[in-house]
Design a protein around this ligand. Sequence first.
Ligand SMILES: *Cc1c(COP(=O)(O)O)cnc(C)c1O
Ligand code: SF4
Length: 460
Amino acid sequence: MFDPIFKISNEPQPPGLISVPEPYRFDDTEFWRTVPAWRDVDPKTFGDFRWQQRNSITSLPRISQVLGELASPTLLSDIEAGLLRARMNIRLTPYVFSRINWEYPEHDPLRRQFLPLGSQYKPDHPLANDDSLDEEGSKVRPHLVHRYPDKALFLPITLCPVYCSFCTRSRVVGGSTAVKSKSTYGAKPSDWDGSFDYIRDHPQIEDVVISGGDALLLRAKHIRLIGKTLLDIPSIRRIRFATKGVAIMPMKFTSDGEWMDALAEVALYGKGLMKEVALHTHFNCGREISIWTSQAMSALCEIGLMVRNQSVLIAGVNDSFSVLHQTFKGLSSLRIQPYYLYQHDMIPGCEHLRTTVHLAKSLSMKLQGSMTGFNTPRVVCDAPGGGGKREISSHLLYDREIGVSAWSSPAAKPGKTFLYYDPIHLLDEEGQTIWNNPTEIKLRVDSIKSQALDRASAFA
Ligand SMILES: *Cc1c(COP(=O)(O)O)cnc(C)c1O
Ligand code: SF4
């Protein structure tokens, strides 16, 4: 008689049996009550996604009102100055707003991601670019980017539940501001057919990223429509919904039953077809994790979604080994798999948030081997001009003095080379001087370009 070794039990674990070691006991206090306007908000109200949406912070007067005595006049005028230069509007959920330590807002890693201060701006790099990744250049339909052979990026919406100062799509996401006008769009299913048709007509595409904007703001019926339409295409093997939701509005996953049902239905539909349905989220530092994250993840695990994380390396937020290590270990403990850590894109208005390639390389070296391999993110630079994601140490050459690295991209753009430029204010004095001399910098960069072409052919 065959006696199975592994017995599958469907019994749920009694909560008391799940022991959580100390470093992974995330903030379970009622932290939002430190914000004066929310002193009397109970956990049930705070945990309702509708309350989070309704009470999102979208203007300076509202910040001042909500913070009351915590808002110093210096801070408010610094934010006001920041907004005059910002390319993204303000939008923060109460959850993320109250994770900010309002006693030291200048240095707070969350404030830094969502609320620009005039005093922190640095002049843009001369080669910064609105569409640094040249997504428009790889657009095959108004909402579809096809750059890599077997995967595509579908952008059904440009709205997000929060607006990040460093957004790589600040040219279309986050509404018009004092310095940048944009034509944003909401979800409009009749506009999507062209993208679906393109994917059907290109069976080499096996993998679709559903991003934006943010999939969190797609209605339940849109999640169902997009999910099932894509999964029904025979050549599609994997789809992923990209949302910052788990990091900035975890209560969506525990309080929006209709939306979670739609996600669960798509996951189950994928399972029946043996196709992967995943969710990709976006945490940048450990302070974004709390007991609410753990509850959201428990709901997502229950419906069988694989959850991965894509972080951006941001100066003053997560540009040290200890912050990254703690963040990735914390995410891993909740079954969020750290997938990518991106070098900051070369978009305007973000010079104070960028770091050098050298720093990214040294962090990558320290991260490798410091935790489980499959939870160690790949540190990548999305090569400006459409080269795609490149491993940080795979550059063809790197002139650290002037902060210029050169890359090739045999899979996405064979035969071409791409340059990434470190922030000038982080270069040594000699490097900064060279940048002040147009003739000299041109000679140096031209020489890097020609050396890069030589080296690229050696790898071809
Ligand atoms: C990142 C990206 C993808 C997905 O790439 P993965 O490496 O599989 O995560 C697809 N298309 C575009 C244009 C992208 O930028
Ligand atoms: S959530 Fe993503 S798409 Fe939206 S503003 Fe932030 S980085 Fe941009």
